[in-house]
Design a protein around this ligand. Structure first.
Ligand SMILES: NCc1[nH]cc(CCC(=O)O)c1CC(=O)O
Length: 314
């Protein structure tokens, strides 16, 4: 009997590329598998006129896909890990994290090679409070304005002259064949990435062992471990991708090393923490980074943005 697998995906070109990438890898592993893409629109795709931070709510880009899994309209959902909330609806889980692409942010401009080359009052487009906080902390006189829409829409606004530069994920540009638009890559010191940035994940029904077995070989244990540490930071801070929180873990010499950051959107306050820990306790490392940031006062920044905090553990 031929086996079928339906992949739920958002309709944006980047999301479709990502779903097709997973489909291609599954097809290579299971040549007999018939794979179908189920293209869906999410609330995050529909509401384009207000900043994401204002719309609020986590999982703006994943909820409809999760509903399709629960109703049986699709078997797996492919997500950018950056967009996936730390908690899943009952019955769903994320057993697979694929090998990470570049986790870094890219500086994109038609006139300048780096942020430092721009005039002191340059105009930058980004809807990410995380990117805004970090660039404003280095260049306090820059003006940052919201910029939403899919990657091509954002590039079109740059090309129309609305901004001197914009900041996008390097991985998204590469996936769309737009690497030549990257003027420079912002390293972890200049723009610490979002939790999960550059990694793809596969969400499934936890009780569907047929599907679980089909997708399991796509998991990359190293990336999965790093992303677990990063997501523990978000879990402890009650954050999502719409808040000025950054977290990036790597494997170094058989240990996990992680950096975290919380900042005010205007960049006047930035708290940083860095630590390492054993590979078998990634969540403990992410939680420790979160506690360190809270002890520095990060809770105040998040509370001012409407993100409630539990008291720091003693
Ligand atoms: N918030 C949208 C989004 N979600 C994931 C990516 C990039 C791909 C990735 O992080 O894997 C992007 C675009 C961007 O931030 O420029």
């Amino acid at each position: 009997m031929t086996q079928r697998l339906r992949i739920a995906t958002r309709k944006s070109p980047l999301a479709v590329w990502q779903a097709e990438e997973v489909a291609g890898r599954l097809k290579a592993l299971h040549p007999q598998l018939e794979i179908e893409l189920v293209r869906m629109s999410t609330r995050g795709d529909q509401i384009l006129d207000s900043p994401l931070a204002k719309i609020g709510g986590k999982g703006l880009f994943v909820k409809e896909l999760e509903q399709a899994l629960l109703s049986g309209e699709a078997d797996i959902a492919v997500h950018s890990m950056k967009d996936v909330p730390v908690e899943f609806p009952p019955g769903l889980g994320l057993p697979v994290v694929l090998e990470r692409d570049s986790p870094f942010d890219a500086f994109v401009s038609n006139r300048y090679d780096t942020p430092a080359d721009m005039p002191v009052d340059a105009h930058v487009g980004s809807a990410s409070l995380r990117r805004q906080a970090q660039i404003m902390s280095r260049f306090p006189r820059f003006k940052v304005s919201p910029l939403r829409g899919n990657v091509n829409t954002r590039l079109a606004k740059l090309d129309a002259g609305e901004f001197d530069a914009i900041i996008l994920a390097a991985s998204g540009l590469r996936r769309l064949g737009l690497s030549e638009r990257i003027r420079s890559v912002l390293d972890a010191g200049d723009s610490l990435p979002a939790i999960g940035q550059g990694a793809l994940g596969i969400e499934t029904r936890l009780d569907d062992s047929r599907v679980m077995n089909l997708v399991a070989p796509l998991d990359d244990a190293d990336t999965h471990c790093c992303v677990r540490a990063e997501r523990a930071l978000n879990a402890r801070l009650n954050g999502g991708c719409q808040v000025p929180i950054a977290g990036y873990a790597t494997l170094e010499g058989g240990r996990l090393r992680m950096r975290g950051l919380v900042g005010t959107p205007d960049g006047t306050r930035i708290h940083r923490a860095e630590a390492d820990g054993p590979l078998d306790m990634p969540e403990a490392l992410g939680t420790a980074i979160a506690e360190n940031l809270l002890a520095q006062g990060a809770g105040e920044i998040l509370a001012a943005l409407g993100i409630e905090q539990q008291a720091p553990a003693r």
